[in-house]
Design a protein around this ligand. Sequence first.
Ligand code: HEC
Length: 185
Amino acid sequence: MAEGKKRTGTGIVIGVVGTLLVVFAAGLIVAYTGAYNVAATRDHTAFGRWALGTTMENSIQRRADGIEAPVSFSEAQIASGARRYKAMCAHCHAGPGIERAEWAEGMLPQPPHLTEHGNEWAPEEIFWILNHGIKMSGMPAFGPTHEDEALWEITAFVRALPGMTTEQYKAYGEPAEQGGAGHGH
Ligand code: HEC
């Protein structure tokens, strides 16, 4: 009796390990033979899109958990963020009255129009995204080159984007000068 049980147990272990080896080997074959098409001109499958999108959302939500956003943002912060946005984001994410750059149309995933989607993320989440970027998507990390202060200003602006008119956007002025903290350190 006990012998029989033991044998079934061993059989299950061999089955599981065998299956894992087959899956691992399949992964190696895909990686080494070039079978998977990485072209940005070919959209993901529906499952691939769901898996990547869900992973991204949950990953960002979880990591933004410990961040504390300012209770509110000043008009000066939004204005400064607007000029930074014009310099570093608009060519990918567009803005009120302006299209994204032609080359950004060829990206996969496509950078969303933040005039419509800026409010879908909490300020802590936007701050995290700006700080760390999103791997394998083309969304850069700005944390390595920018102070938190600058990232909060851009966050403030992104949150203010939905509903902003073309005139308001224009009135914020010229794009900020690129390059680091913007405060000389
Ligand atoms: C080179 C193009 C590029 C630049 C420049 C860029 N982004 Fe992105 N951004 C992306 C892409 C691509 C994604 C990922 C979209 C996805 O996976 O859904 C993304 C995602 C985001 C998201 C998450 C939105 C969502 O719903 O997916 C936010 C917020 C964001 N970017 C804000 C910014 C801001 C603010 C800047 C400027 C400081 C910026 N990005 C600069 C390409 C860019």
